[in-house]
Design a protein around this ligand. Structure first.
Ligand code: ADP
Ligand code: MG
Length: 667
């Protein structure tokens, strides 16, 4: 039998098919859905404001009697509907433009609650306020309490929905169960700190969500319901992890050093302590029968690629093949270039698959040859069937969804998995979105790097920025100019705009050469421009965001980002990471057209810190996890109550709760 909370709303008395359809448009299909329908705000109808005390532009909640109502037709099809309300202390006008049907809903003599901001004082007027007619019968639900105001859909009245929630709560409250029998961490009950009270039961929290007794109840309810969301998430994560440990058997891939030794000797530099300690963890993972699931996080330029190469060599030494997937063709080509240089001397065949064409390595591909595959999404195609795949490496993980990651992993029988990202992962995300991965951090950059100075400038100062760049060019350096209007990036219009900018810069920087890189070029053209820039045949690279990830040109010392306010902080941090890779000081100039306070605050963070973790935390707080992880990220779970930018403690508690109950139930 279905659980009572699964009861379709359409089966409840008083909910006909029309109402059920409207509820469905709000994605409310069952009793359980309705009980979690989150009010968008609350009105404290225990206290109304006397009309006589209303102030300009201050939101106010008023309750009074309608003493006049009328529709005035204006010229054309325009109209204004007006109500006059009297609450004993004064009169208030309410106006709605071009909504003639409002006339049907109000009659003189009725009592209404209105909520809005006075737009003028003489006469005292609210424009387009929210309203609700009060029928004295229902005062216990709609009056004399803090009432919920729900998101609605066309045709669905606020009051009807509120009454439905009230009824459903009366009938089904007892069916709301606790997700875990014992909500304790280390023997202690969970406390809602914001209110210094013990966490309520889930059923109590649901009631508080809809009908809080006190203002503080709203946060208490959110806290508890968010905790439950995190508990659900942790159960999924921990179950997946346990199943992997129980069922999956990976090839032991720790290697025997016969390739790594000569590789490191030929590299020309020593690994940093951070790189070495990450490699130690990777070797331990790959030695065991449980497949590695490791996230390697290291700031741009911290040297993740070399670590990936060593991990690959361990697998290759063990006789397995390795696949590395990168988000763009340019990046795949760059990896191809590096890995060929490194690996072919060791007798390893390197194959690049990007943009639908295959480039076979020059090394002989005989039977028993160790193989290293590099590619873009092309690796996900059915035609790619690597033999004995022992290790999957994913570069710039945040550009891929979890599903794509798994698709590549399934090309082998439980291969080890190493995902790499330059986006620092705040701890809340580490425990939720990446909860099924072990996390290693490279927290140290290779020695001998110059400093990066960051400036924020308005568009008007561009004429002063160009001569500055010209001076760097005169010193033999190179520059990136990132030009992107995100809404039309790489569309025909975007290409036209960037091409215009290109001709402009060609004139400004002559005789230095300018290259143009955008998403609509063929992979061959992109590759040519990139290699021209890398070889310093082109000195200024004008690019849309394709330049964002992974490019490594140490001679580039300037990064100009136009329309910088349109980018997320994590993205700007990535862009800035393209410079400062050599011994010379470097300059990042963020050109902002954004006038908003938020835009200013965000760019200020960039100016003040180069600490990727601080930037990521700030991005998480300012824009939420979806933006931080990039638009492509499909693994963001829909949290209704949880707020990953501030719930670190709750996330940790949920993890503990699930860990503890799992441990005790398996004893
Ligand atoms: P990212 O972490 O951004 O992928 P890369 O792996 O591209 O960084 O490394 C950036 C640059 O630093 C490369 O040119 C690489 O060869 C160099 N590098 C990596 N590790 C070291 C090291 N230990 N010492 C000196 N240079 C290093
Ligand atoms: Mg990289």
């Amino acid at each position: 039998m279905a659980h009572p909370l699964q009861t379709p709303l359409g089966q409840l008395p008083g909910v006909g098919s029309e109402r059920a359809g409207q509820l469905q448009r709000l994605e409310l299909g069952t009793v359980g859905d309705l009980l979690l329908h989150r009010p968008r705000r609350y009105e404290d109808r225990r206290h109304f404001q006397p009309v006589a005390t209303l102030r300009l532009d201050q939101p106010a909640l008023v309750c009074g009697k309608i003493i006049a109502a009328g529709l005035r037709r204006l010229r054309g099809a325009r109209s204004v509907f007006e109500l006059v309300i009297d609450d004993g202390s004064g009169r208030l006008h309410c106006r709605w433009w071009n909504l003639p049907f409002m006339e049907k809903y109000f009659k003189t003599g009725e009592e209404v609650v209105v909520f809005g901001k006075p737009a003028s004082l003489r006469p005292l007027t609210l424009d387009h306020p929210e309203t609700e007619i009060i029928q004295r019968m229902e005062t216990s639900v709609h009056l004399n309490r803090i009432v919920p105001i729900y998101p609605l859909t066309e045709g669905l009245p606020q009051r009807w929905l509120r009454s439905l929630v009230w009824r459903v709560l009366e009938q089904f409250e007892s069916a709301i169960a606790e997700p875990r029998p014992d909500l304790r961490v280390a023997g202690q009950p969970i406390v809602v700190e914001a209110a210094s009270v013990p966490a309520p039961t889930r059923a109590q929290a649901v009631r508080m969500l809809h009908f809080p007794e006190e203002t503080a109840d709203q946060e208490i309810a959110r806290h508890r319901l968010a905790l439950d969301e995190y508990i659900e998430l942790q159960i999924a994560i921990q179950t997946r992890r346990r199943n992997l440990e129980k069922n999956a058997r990976a090839l032991p891939c720790a290697g025997d050093n016969r390739l790594i030794k000569p590789f490191l000797a030929a590299l020309g530099f020593d690994l940093t302590a951070a790189q070495t300690s990450v490699l130690r963890a990777i070797r331990l993972d790959m030695a065991g029968p449980t497949p590695m699931r490791r996230l390697l996080q290291g700031d741009v330029g911290s040297g993740k690629t070399v670590v990936a190469a060593c991990a690959a060599l361990m697998a290759l030494e063990s006789g397995a093949s390795v696949a590395l997937m990168a988000p763009t063709e340019i990046l795949a080509e760059q990896h191809g270039h590096n890995f060929r240089r490194w690996f072919e001397a060791l007798g390893i065949a390197v194959e690049v698959r990007a943009g639908g064409r295959e480039q076979l390595s020059l090394a002989p591909f005989g039977a028993g040859t160790m193989r290293f595959y590099i590619g873009t999404h092309a690796l996900l195609e059915a035609t790619f069937t690597p033999e004995k795949l022992g290790l999957v490496i994913i570069d710039e993980q945040h550009k891929f969804g979890v599903a794509q990651r798994e698709q590549l992993v399934r090309k082998g029988a439980y291969p080890h998995l190493l995902v790499m990202t330059a986006t620092p992962i705040p701890r809340t995300l580490g425990l939720t979105l990446y909860g099924d991965l072990d996390i290693s951090v490279i927290d140290q950059s290779p020695p001998g790097r110059g400093r990066i100075k960051t400036f924020v400038r308005e568009r008007a100062s561009l004429p002063k920025v160009w001569p500055f760049i010209a001076r760097e060019l005169a010193k033999g350096r190179q520059a990136y100019v990132v030009y992107s209007r995100l809404e039309e990036e790489d569309s025909a219009a975007g290409v036209k705009a960037v091409t215009k900018e290109f001709h402009n810069l060609e004139k400004i920087f002559a005789p230095s050469r300018v290259g143009l890189l955008h998403g609509r070029l063929s992979s061959l053209e992109k590759e040519r421009i990139m290699s021209d820039f890398a070889a310093n045949r082109v000195q200024v690279l004008l690019a849309t965001t394709v330049v964002e990830v992974g490019l490594d040109v140490p001679n580039a010392t300037v990064m100009v980002v136009e329309n910088a306010e349109q980018f997320g902080l994590a993205q700007l941090h990535q862009l800035r990471g393209r410079i400062g890779r050599g011994a010379n000081d470097a300059y990042c100039i963020l050109i902002s057209a954004g006038k908003t306070e938020e835009a200013r605050r965000r760019l200020k963070v960039m100016k003040e810190t180069s600490d990727g973790f601080r930037i990521a935390e700030a991005d998480l707080q300012l824009r939420g996890p979806g933006e931080l992880l990039g638009r492509q990220q499909s693994g963001v779970p829909p949290l209704r109550f949880g707020d990953l930018s501030r719930d670190i403690k709750l996330v940790e508690q949920a993890r503990e709760i699930v860990l503890e109950t799992t441990v005790s139930s398996s004893c």
